[in-house]
Write a protein that binds this ligand. Sequence first.
Ligand SMILES: *[C@@H]1O[C@H](CO)[C@@H](O)[C@H](O)[C@H]1NC(C)=O
Ligand SMILES: *[C@@H]1O[C@H](CO)[C@@H](O)[C@H](O)[C@H]1NC(C)=O
Ligand SMILES: [Zn+2]
Length: 431
Amino acid sequence: MTSFTLLGLLLVLLLLRFKGLLAWQDYKDYKVFEVKPHDDIKLRMLHQLAREKAHWDLLAPRRNYNESGLRVLVSPSQVDGLLELLKTHSIEHQLLLDDLSPLVEAQRAENQRSKSLNPSPRLDVLGGFYTHAEINEYLDSLPERYPQHAFVKQFGWSYERRPLKLLTIHNGDGRSNKPVIFIDAAMHAREWIAPSLALYIIQQLLDNYAENKQLLQDYDWIIMPVVNADGYEFSHTDSRYWRKTRKPTWDPENIGTDLNRNFGYEWGHDEGSSPDPAEEIYRGEHAFDQPESQVVRDILLHYSDRLTFYLSLHSYGNFFLLPWGHTSDLPKNYNDMMEVADAGALAIVQATNEIYSYGSGYHLMYPTSGDSTDYAVAVANATVAITMELPAGGFLGFDPWVSHIEGIVTESWIGVRAMAMEVIRRYQPES
Ligand SMILES: *[C@@H]1O[C@H](CO)[C@@H](O)[C@H](O)[C@H]1NC(C)=O
Ligand SMILES: *[C@@H]1O[C@H](CO)[C@@H](O)[C@H](O)[C@H]1NC(C)=O
Ligand SMILES: [Zn+2]
């Protein structure tokens, strides 16, 4: 067996499946292993495999590869097979957690306890991870508190009929048709830190307006904290590590589509997405067959003649991923986008020493087909489009503790702010 097939098998074996769940999944006896492919050959092999198979999450190399290796979650029934494979092929590994359930439970309790201290809609973004309903309630409370600066618009519904809302923040000077910075988050359900950052950005622009008003001088900001509302809710109520949407697929065994493979530009390539509903990067039967990607499409097109900067928030890995995802070619203003990313990375490293890598998604990570930033640039004429992969937290990277929210979002805001400043500096509207 080549190492390639080995890793392929390994990954297939490890793919998380959440089938037929009726209630909160407790992850009893689920184990977390660290696999250390830490010579250069194995590292290259992983990159290569990522290119061919694109099992996103499991292959996303951590920045400090040597230190942290690759973390994988396995159900109790998968453990023996995994250990056998690792042993047969002398891959170094270590059991990090013998039973994930007490930690999942502890995080859940921490979140409940912390949130009970500040009942909605007065939402303390640093004090908890909020549900879609709580976030919507908070958004709806803002125009009353900031009538000069904020309005809410609903652009559609999720598959399970949750209203998909976005907030526009402006400086109230009455000038219309300013260029737009559009930020979305939680296209992937379990990436909870992304909505936290979106909410923190809202608070910076509204509660902390005096300090940030230059960001709103010539630009309007449009923020959608939760795109994948159903999946996000499901990750709160049923299964913490859910990624996709909740719309059934043609396969009765598997629910959900990867929204970030469902956009209608260069959609449907097997390099960078999957036709198999069992996979985490399942792209859907057709481009835009998910109501949530339709909504983001409609927003991008609605603002296309003003869309200077589109920023999509994800976790994890400390990356600024630029188009293209679907090809090794580069978009024509790639260098400009790189300078925007560079401004963000520099601001962050100066503030906290955290290092971000940046470049085209295809080169830096692996191919993606049908992702939102490719669509934003190619079809909606966004000038700059960036996927920001926030820092890892918790046991699997997607699951920081509440007590870590503040560190991550304040640092990330420094980067977002610096990128916005650079965009504003480079692309001044003619007045
Ligand atoms: C990992 O460690 C080896 C040897 O210490 C080093 O040569 C290599 O560059 C490191 N790789 C990364 C990704 O840090
Ligand atoms: C994007 O720009 C092209 C070229 O100027 C134009 O033909 C197209 O209609 C624009 N797309 C949108 C959605 O406005
Ligand atoms: Zn993501």
